[in-house]
Design a protein around this ligand. Structure first.
Ligand SMILES: Cc1cc2nc3c(=O)[nH]c(=O)nc-3n(C[C@H](O)[C@H](O)[C@H](O)COP(=O)(O)OP(=O)(O)OC[C@H]3O[C@@H](n4cnc5c(N)ncnc54)[C@H](O)[C@@H]3O)c2cc1C
Length: 222
């Protein structure tokens, strides 16, 4: 495994608990949109604590970007990342990941599970190939939506927001369940990309298979 020490160039919050990190890109380093790497903080007591995070920038950029949800209660790596800013160093490793674009379909994301889709959508948008894709994005509240303006600009009417703990005029206040999928998806004979917590991915994939989706058309991180 090849580890690279990279400097944090910039960091800023994109929601109340989600922080974006722009970091140096090692020479020759490359990834496929949707892939992730193990990241640790280059401090003596933290450098062996690796956690997986997904690249969110375009692969053509001269930097790397991660969008990371901070969990203060865990007292783990993300809590420490809340205190990491420009000038600090991270350690990144080899790229990995099975969640890659395989053609137009429906993307279903929960919370910070949007990160691989951000990389995929940015790439498709830049290359004018985003048409025919739809995003159903579930969050607790409107304040938890990551990069909502950019997603709307890219996907337009094919960006659907669902809030599980909030009823906002013009948005749907409900969970993604079997009935939601029956009512809102016309064609189950297409690709479905699902990313979120393991419970989220498990429940949605069970509904989709039950509704006739071909397991080969289900794209999830394995
Ligand atoms: C392939 C992949 C890609 C990912 N990409 C991203 C990404 O781009 N952005 C992103 O935000 N996340 C991403 N994740 C999730 C991310 O890796 C985790 O959120 C991160 O590892 C959490 O690290 P942590 O050290 O803060 O907490 P943890 O490793 O979850 O926990 C640290 C400590 O807290 C304890 N703990 C665990 N759960 C709780 C709890 N609910 N309450 C209290 N304590 C708890 C644990 O026992 C442990 O001791 C990805 C995950 C995978 C598998």
């Amino acid at each position: 495994m090849s580890a690279h020490i990279v400097k944090v160039l910039d960091s800023f919050y994109v929601t109340h608990d989600v922080k974006c990190f722009v970091v140096e890109k090692p020479a020759g380093y490359d990834f496929i949109p949707g892939q992730a790497t193990e990241v640790s903080i280059n401090l003596p007591e933290w450098k062996n604590q690796m956690r997986p995070f997904t690249f969110t920038c375009l692969r053509s950029k001269e930097y790397l970007e991660f969008i990371i949800k901070i969990y203060p209660d865990h007292k783990g790596v993300t809590n420490m990342l809340s205190r990491i800013n420009a000038g600090a160093e991270l350690i990144i490793n080899d790229t990995f990941g099975t969640l890659q674009y395989k053609g137009p379909g429906v993307f279903i994301a929960g919370g910070s599970g949007i990160t691989p889709f951000i990389a995929i959508f940015r790439d498709l948008y830049k290359n004018k190939h985003l048409k025919g894709n739809k995003l159903i994005y579930s969050n607790k509240t409107s304040g938890d939506v990551i990069l909502g303006d950019e997603l709307r600009k890219m996907l337009k009417e094919n960006f659907i927001n669902l809030f599980t703990r909030e009823k906002v005029i013009g948005y749907l206040g409900r969970r993604i369940d079997r009935n939601y999928l029956i009512e809102n998806i016309i064609d189950f004979n297409q690709n479905f990309y699902v990313c979120g917590t393991s419970e989220f991915v498990k429940s949605i994939t069970i509904y989709l298979i039950d509704l006739g989706v071909n397991p080969d058309s289900l794209i999830i991180e394995e």
